[in-house]
Write a protein that binds this ligand. Structure first.
Ligand code: SAM
Length: 330
């Protein structure tokens, strides 16, 4: 039974957990060239703490976890942590968001652990542009991961952050990729977080504009029946193997049935991507909180989930959303 219901009746069943704030890439829209001020190691939740938080949440109704960061695979023993999570029978899905540069050797292990979906971040199909966006020269490794994932049982989704005038000319190429490849490309509206991005124009590329661009170029598009609380609206070009979707991350038209909470790598509980953190779980746990204390806290904190991302943003102490997605746990 789900015990995590907010005051708007939304049931919370999906945790996004930041594994670390560290990342091996320096994506322009995510962080500055020199990186972000990473926290001291002891300020990160330990795996034991993450395991416990997830277990307690899963006893309250969370049945899906996404592990993200930072880059989860840069933290030592991440795969061992996955193994421990895989024993939690309350979890129906364990998914990972990764840039893929480090994982081509782990794919069989991930399959064996029963990981469901890998969201692979890839904003361009061109090696030179990849280097410009990420400030690292690892397109080859990332693309190899993509190909290895296609050969595996894991569900593959590509996360493409749409950067106006920089990769908007590749939207069609990404959709074309779904002709022969069984993957879901998801175009994400760029959010103005800690990193200027590479936008080459002031044009607004929101959900409608992205969809229009695709519609102009493909005739037979059908809308797929969207799963409840899906972050993306999903479509398919008739006869194509894969699908594509658009995530209105910035226009925030998906908040009405949001089922998500986030916990950052430092243990900050977030009811919304756009809030600035509502509770420091790490300190609470380190002061000796019991499982019952945690349960009480989760039930009452979720009640405060703001109606939508605009309300969350307006309620921030620090009015500008300026932290990196690497800190938030994208
Ligand atoms: N390192 C992993 C990766 O690259 O997928 C996980 C963390 S990353 C912060 C998670 C997702 O957030 C990525 O798909 C990334 O493209 C997205 N992201 C980061 N900054 C963003 C921004 N300003 N706007 C939209 N998406 C962003």
């Amino acid at each position: 039974m789900n015990m995590l219901t907010d005051k708007f009746g939304r049931k919370i069943s999906y945790l996004r957990l930041g594994i670390t704030d560290r990342c091996n890439l320096r994506c322009q829209y995510c962080m500055p060239a020199q990186g972000i001020d990473i926290v001291k190691r002891n300020e990160l939740l330990s795996y034991k703490e993450m395991y416990r938080i997830t277990r307690v949440l899963s006893e309250l109704g969370v049945n899906k976890v996404r592990l993200t960061g930072g880059e989860p695979f840069v933290r030592k023993d991440f795969v061992k942590f996955l193994e421990s999570l895989s024993y939690n029978k309350n979890l129906d899905q364990i998914n990972i968001t990764t840039n893929g540069a480090l994982i081509s050797n782990y794919i069989t292990e991930l399959e064996n652990l029963g990981i469901n979906t890998i969201n692979l971040s890839l904003d361009t199909l061109k090696a030179d542009k990849f280097k410009q966006i990420t400030r690292r020269d690892v397109f080859k490794e990332t693309y190899e991961t993509l190909e290895n994932l296609l050969l595996s049982k894991l569900v593959l989704k590509l996360n493409v952050v749409v950067q106006p005038g920089f990769n908007t000319d590749e939207i069609v190429d990404f959709v074309e990729l779904t002709k022969t490849k069984d993957l879901a490309v998801r175009f994400i509206e760029e959010m103005p977080f800690n990193g200027k991005g590479l936008r080459a124009t002031d044009e607004i590329w929101n959900f409608d504009r992205i969809y229009h661009e695709i519609q102009k170029n493909f005739n037979d598009i059908t809308e797929l029946s969207n799963k409840r609380s899906s972050t993306s609206k999903n479509f398919k070009v008739e006869g194509y193997k894969g699908s594509f979707g658009i995530i209105p991350a910035f226009t925030r038209t998906i908040c009405h049935d949001c089922n998500r909470i986030r916990i950052t790598a430092t243990g900050m509980f977030k009811n919304c991507l756009f809030d600035d953190g509502v509770f420091n779980l790490r300190d609470f746990i380190r002061k000796g909180a019991s499982d019952e204390d945690l349960k009480e806290l989760f039930i009452s904190t979720v009640q405060q989930k703001p109606k939508n991302g605009f309300v969350a943003e307006a309620n921030r102490k620090d009015q500008n959303v300026s932290e990196s997605m690497s800190t938030i746990g994208g």
